[in-house]
Each structure stands twice: as C-alpha cells, then as structure tokens.
Design a protein around this ligand. Structure first.
Ligand code: PLP
Length: 382
C-alpha cells in the first residue's frame, strides 16, 4: 500500500508514466513548431501526432481540433455570441467555467433545470426552444464532475438543432471514461482537458464537428491553431495530451474493473453507514465516480479525518478552490443544505487498486464509529 490512497481522479488524474516520458522527450526538442528548420518540423510533427490522437479519442477530424490551455479555456472559446443579442442555455449543473456563460451577456444566459438526480429536463428544454427569443446556443455537459451522472446530450442536441441553435458539450470528465464520440453525441463543439485523462495540467482542446462551425477567437496574435488560439504551442504539454488520449482510447476495458471497484465501495459503504445517501446512484453514471453523504457527518470533518488517514478524496463541492462551499449541483438537484454539507466525492482511475478503496473503507469505518459515538452521546444528553 502506498503512502496515500489517491481517490480524486475527477479533480485531477495522476500523470501516466508513458505521458511523463513523452513530455520529457518533447522537452528535449528545442524547436518552435512554426519554424521551418528541422527542429521546428520535429516540434510540428509531435503536435500533429497529438492532434490525431485527441481527434481519435472523440472520432473527430484532426483538422478540427484546437489546442487550448485546458477545459476552462476551451469552454470560453466555445461560448461566444455569434450575433448581438444571442442567448445561451446551460444546464444548472455545469462546471463553473460553463455556468458563467463565457462571452454571453449575463442576462442572456438561462439555466436548464434538472431533476433530483441532476439530469436535465428535456421537456423544459423543448418548451423553451419553442419560445422566443430562441437561444443561439445550448451547452450541456456529458458527465457531471461531482456526481458522475450522464446527460442525454444527443437528445438535447437534436432538440437544439431543430430550433437552429448550436450545441456545445463539456466532455472534460467523460472523455476516455465513457463514449464521447462526436457523431453519436451530435454536438457542434466539444471541450476536453488532458489532466482528467492522466495527461498534464494546463492543456485541453476545443473540437469542432466540422470546419463550418463558427468559433470566435479569444484574442489575436501570430496565427497558430488556424488563428483560433494563437500563441506559441506548448509542445511538451500537447505531446503529453496526445499520449494520454492514445492510452485512454486503448484502455476502454479498464472501465469494467473500475466499475466493479466503485460498486464494491458503495455496497460496503451502505453496510458501514446504513443511512448513507449515494447521489444519482440509480442513474447512468461514470463508472469511476461515487458522491455520497451520511447525515450528521460534515464533509469538512470527514475530509480532515480521511486526509490524516492518507486518503485523498474531495468534498462534493468546490473542488477548485479547496474550500468546502455549498455545491450548486446538489442545490439544483434539490438536496437539502444539511445533507449537501456532508457530500464527499471519491473518484477512481487508471492507477486505482482494491487496496486504495479498502483504505478508504477502513478510514470511513473509524469515522462512522466516532460519529456514531457522538450521535449516541447527544441522544443521552437530550
Ligand atoms: N469541466 C469540467 C466538468 C471539469 O470537471 C473541469 C475541471 O475540474 C473543467 C471543465 C475545467 O477544466 P480545466 O481544469 O482543464 O480548466
């Protein structure tokens, strides 16, 4: 057993060894990919190989992959009005980088409600798309970062296209973990991030279905990435993304093993803490994610105790700022603030083992025993 059990892949996945090797090799090349000499051509070759691998992961044409600094920038690049007055619809459970609406005016961004499991209300969407002003764009994520719940993206895209709207999908958590084929999803724009796949942090991509999907650059400059994202390309990061995408595409069988581990965790959790609530457990979810709360156990205390026991998980909220805040995802699902304040997310990935999960379960058992003691003491005191 290692010094820590890392069970926080939805925050970031450990870099795969082959990715680190690909990046180290790329760092030994001194060329700028725009230079015409041999070193420049070698850098360009690495970028184009990575572009093909990322395109392969989502069934896209490599010419339609634009490298960015990550999922946040990919969403910012996608979410722009194409004409004055354009409106955007986003699901209520999007990652904050989408929820903010990119370059749409804040009062032109509306949210699509979700049900108690965090799945979008397609009937609401259909009704809204039939009223004016018709939204110019709809953004629905493939898989939620907190609960892992999958959205009916293809159905939402069909409705949006029938109303003439463009469709963006944040596939940052889904790519490499479940089907994110561009054609099957039927979306126009797809955002990806390397660091959820075992690639490096600080690189991602916006993928277009066809060259005719309009993209409005965030800034101007030297014309790299077909002028859609100019600036000297970070060759080692892009090469690492390519290696991670290649490995993720080849590793689809790993999903079954991960699902078994997750299901075993949830069965054991229910034995240890019979009052545990596992969010969206009855719906199609990412195989690697479990988001749960036990009434009376605050996430903040649980996180500290688990950390002391060498277990890395996240609270079900605020995974970006490090502080425990109220989750807008659980709030949109109608989860009570009390229960939501106990939400913990554990997420598995390529390096996860049964020992990691066992360590979490042992730590959770200790925590439950402590809290059960306190619950009993408060009943006696009352
Ligand atoms: N979208 C989702 C669903 C995410 O989980 C994240 C990161 O946590 C992002 C977007 C942002 O990606 P990045 O960290 O590459 O900016």
């Amino acid at each position: 057993m290692g010094t820590t059990a890392y069970l926080d892949f939805n925050a970031t996945a450990p870099v795969r060894p082959a990715v680190a090797e690909a990046m180290a090799a790329a760092m030994r090349i001194s060329g700028n990919a725009s230079s015409v000499h041999a070193a420049g051509r070698e850098a360009r070759r690495l970028i184009e190989e990575a572009r093909a691998a990322v395109a392969g992961l989502v069934g896209a044409d490599p010419a339609n992959v634009v490298f960015t600094s990550g999922g946040t920038e990919a969403a910012a690049l996608a979410l722009a009005p194409r004409a004055p007055g354009d409106r955007l619809l986003v699901s209520a459970v999007e990652h904050p980088c989408v929820l903010a609406g990119g370059r749409f005016a804040p009062d032109h961004v509306e949210t699509i409600p979700v049900d108690g499991d965090g799945v979008i209300d397609l009937e609401w969407l259909e009704r809204r798309l039939a009223t004016t002003p018709v939204p110019a764009m709809v953004s629905v994520m493939a898989a939620n970062n907190e609960t892992g719940v999958l959205q009916p993206v293809a159905e939402a895209a069909r409705l949006a296209h029938a109303a003439g709207a463009l469709v963006h999908c944040d596939a940052v958590q889904a790519a490499g973990r479940t089907g994110t084929d561009l054609e099957s999803l039927g979306v126009d724009l797809l955002s990806l991030s390397a660091h959820k796949l075992g690639g490096p942090q600080g690189v991602g991509a916006l993928v277009r279905r066809t060259r005719s999907v309009p993209v409005v650059p965030l800034w101007g400059g030297g014309g790299q990435e077909r002028s859609l994202r100019t600036g000297t390309e970070p060759v080692p990061a892009i090469a690492g993304f390519g290696a991670a995408a290649r490995l993720a595409a080849a590793d689809v069988s790993g999903e079954d093993k991960i699902c078994e581990l997750r299901d075993w965790f949830e069965r054991s959790l229910r034995t240890i803490s019979p009052s545990a609530v596992i969010f969206a457990s009855g719906r199609a979810r990412l195989a690697n994610t479990s988001c749960f709360a036990v009434p009376g156990i605050a996430a903040e205390s649980a996180m500290i105790a688990l950390d002391l026991d060498g277990v890395c998980v996240s609270s079900g909220s605020a995974c970006s700022s490090g502080k425990v805040g109220r989750s807008h995802v659980l709030a949109a699902m109608g989860v009570s603030p009390d229960l939501a304040s106990g939400a913990i997310r554990m997420s598995l990935g390529w390096s996860s083992t049964r020992e990691d999960v066992e360590r979490l379960l042992k730590a959770w058992r200790r925590l439950e025993e402590r809290f059960a003691g306190r619950r009993q003491a408060s009943v006696v005191a009352a």
